[in-house]
Design a protein around this ligand. Structure first.
Ligand SMILES: Nc1ncnc2c1ncn2[C@@H]1O[C@H](COP(=O)(O)OP(=O)(O)O)[C@@H](O)[C@H]1O
Ligand SMILES: [Mg+2]
Length: 308
């Protein structure tokens, strides 16, 4: 079913399914990213993130559903949709015999842009690549190649930028400068979609988060709502004998971990009576850890619930 066009949407994904033979990589995925948003797409390996991005970039066709970039259908209005989108791919793809500048000129040509050198110089400068402009791609380090992938996504000044795990295997310094740069782009009005394994980065940068697992969206919320939903503390305890939690506390059990159990504490005041009960039951406390809920734990516990 095709919804009415959302004029303020940068990306619309409606009921997208994609199969590879018998395998379903995307299963009825729907969400909308508004213009100007910094949106995170999180999910474990194999969740379907790259497949979804390939569909968005028109590199792969969905079996069902529709995708639009700035209102342009990625199939029927491919050129306009592609022109509105800059993709930083997960894999480093480049011609080893081209220099950095040639790579960016080549990419400009792909979008029909001539005389793009002023902008190319600006992005080279912003990404700290100015002194590598005439180096061959094959001579660059992995981190530098990654920067060229970012530059390449920006040559046609797309309003929407998608970064597919851009910091995987990238050193801390580059990661920092990349985030500063991406935040600047977002403040300048670009819509950003980020997939990452670094949940703390999503937590720090993004305003809305979708979680994808086995081809399905299992959560889609404002960051603050997502965090609030699981507000509270988790307590990990290891007792002797193990696994004999007194009756009223069975309900608090979230999962087993490292030979102990993780409990969801409704409040810090609940800790004292819990310890007292353990003592009364003759259980010996071997170890314990208390931690604040952060996105990583929300993520892990949601993934965990979905698996049961
Ligand atoms: N061209 C393909 N042919 C067959 N299976 C594929 C193909 N591309 C992706 N897959 C499978 O689809 C699933 C999702 O992959 P992918 O989108 O790369 O996940 P992610 O980017 O979230 O790690 C994986 O199980 C992967 O093996
Ligand atoms: Mg991927």
């Amino acid at each position: 079913m095709i919804k009415e066009r959302d004029m303020s949407a940068a990306i619309e994904v409606q009921g997208v399914s994609k199969r590879f033979g018998q395998f379903t990589a995307l299963n009825q995925v729907s969400f909308t990213v508004q213009q100007g948003e910094f949106f995170a797409l999180l999910g474990p390996n194999g969740a379907g993130k790259t497949t979804l991005i390939s569909c968005l970039a028109g590199l792969s066709r969905p079996d069902q559903g529709a995708l639009r970039v700035m209102g342009h259908d990625v199939v029927s209005d491919y050129r306009a949709a592609r022109a509105a989108l800059g993709v930083v791919p997960q894999e480093l793809v480049f011609d080893p015999f081209l220099t950095v500048r040639e790579t960016l000129r080549f990419q400009s040509g792909y979008f029909g842009l001539r005389n793009n050198d002023a902008w190319i110089d600006e992005i080279l400068h912003k990404l700290g690549l100015s002194n590598k402009a005439d180096s061959n791609m094959r001579a660059l380090s992995g981190g530098m190649k990654r920067r060229v992938m970012v530059a390449q996504a920006l040559v046609h000044k797309p309003p929407v930028i998608v970064l597919d795990e851009p910091t995987a295997g990238v050193d801390v310094e580059l990661r920092q400068s990349l985030w500063t740069f991406v935040q600047e782009l977002n403040h300048a009005g670009h819509t950003i979609v980020l997939t990452t394994h670094y949940l703390e980065e999503a937590e720090m940068l993004c305003s809305r988060i979708a979680m994808l697992k086995a081809g399905q969206i299992i959560a889609l919320e404002d960051k603050t709502t997502l965090l609030g939903r699981d507000a509270g503390r988790e307590l990990w305890i290891k007792t002797e004998p193990a696994g004999t939690l007194p009756e009223p506390y069975q309900e608090w059990k979230v999962r087993e971990e490292e030979g102990g159990v993780v409990l969801k504490l409704p409040s810090i005041q609940a800790l004292e009576p819990l310890l007292q009960t353990l003592r009364q039951q003759g259980l010996i406390l071997r170890d314990m850890r208390l931690r604040e809920t952060d996105l990583e734990h929300v993520f892990v516990s949601m993934m965990h619930k979905e698996m049961q």
